[in-house]
Write a protein that binds this ligand. Sequence first.
Ligand code: H2U
Ligand code: ZN
Length: 346
Amino acid sequence: MDILPEEHRNEPHRRFNPLRGDWVLVSPHRGKRPWLGAVEKPAPNDRPQYDPKCYLCPGNTRAEGAQNPKYESTFVFQNDFSALLKETDDSIKSPSETPLFKSESVRGECRVICFSPRHDLTLPQMEIPEIRHVIDIWTQQADELLRKYRWVQIFENKGAVMGCSNPHPHGQIWASSSLPNEPAAEEKNQKTFFEEYGKTLLSVYLEKELELQERVVTENADWAVVVPFWAVWPYETLLLPKFNAARILDLNDGQRDSLALILKEFLGIYDKLFDTSFPYSMGWHGAPGTLNENFDTAHWTLHAHFYPPLLRSATVKKFMVGYEMLGEPQRDITPEQAAERLKALK
Ligand code: H2U
Ligand code: ZN
């Protein structure tokens, strides 16, 4: 049975995002316009393997004077301009009689993770064992930081268009004593779903997507990449495990190996789409709660979101402006069309 009413393939409709609990407006009739994919040739990658001016390259001095070691694989350091601070007393709250002026303190740590010592690479250009090593470091960091903090956000901003300050391959890890908005919504919605159906929301969702095969971009024995039914960004994807895992630190050896493989493959597909090093913000979401809290994780499915801004070419991006800021997100190209284009590049 097709889950999408036939009318919704051609006519304006809204789709519900069960993870966030909100809606997106889809306008397929506009996406039917001819493919005006004016593909501007992007600037060639002429970055050197080592850049003496890069604050992330091995051996170089960072903005505040600290010196990077001559690291040879993945290197993590404390962000010199951390948005959260370890020393903050997180018990302070505004008085309860000011419901419209609420504030609360938050404690945390921000780290930067250099994926590779090579200035000229990106994740999909790295070798499989090197990507696997990045996964191990993500896991170790989550394991360490989840002992002290309720939330650990592992993410990567890639490309100047996403506000990334330096092309040296790197990501970030922010840990905080409180749960940020996005995971808070996912926590609530996955819990409600689990209580009602006795299964995790994303495992039920993935099962259906694997059966339909309309929005699945690629998969291996352990993982699948789908353009979610409720995608907001033109080529947004969701990376999902085919097994039960609530957190990145639940992955075993084999699951980490297969994760490295699928990351390399599908980030390579992204790069092929507009013949450019594809920009995005990506990040991992898994069960919150400090590890010593015995937090219930049964309702959680580990997943990674990829939010790429590009719409039609290496330089034409989707703007989340007028209606999106004031009404709700809107898209033209349907998730099904996006998945088809990505799949064709396999
Ligand atoms: P983005 O490129 O994704 O913004 O990440 C770079 C981070 O690196 C940013 O958060 C930090 C910035 O604060 N940084 C340092 O910690 N030390 C430096 O010398 C420069 C940048
Ligand atoms: Zn560098």
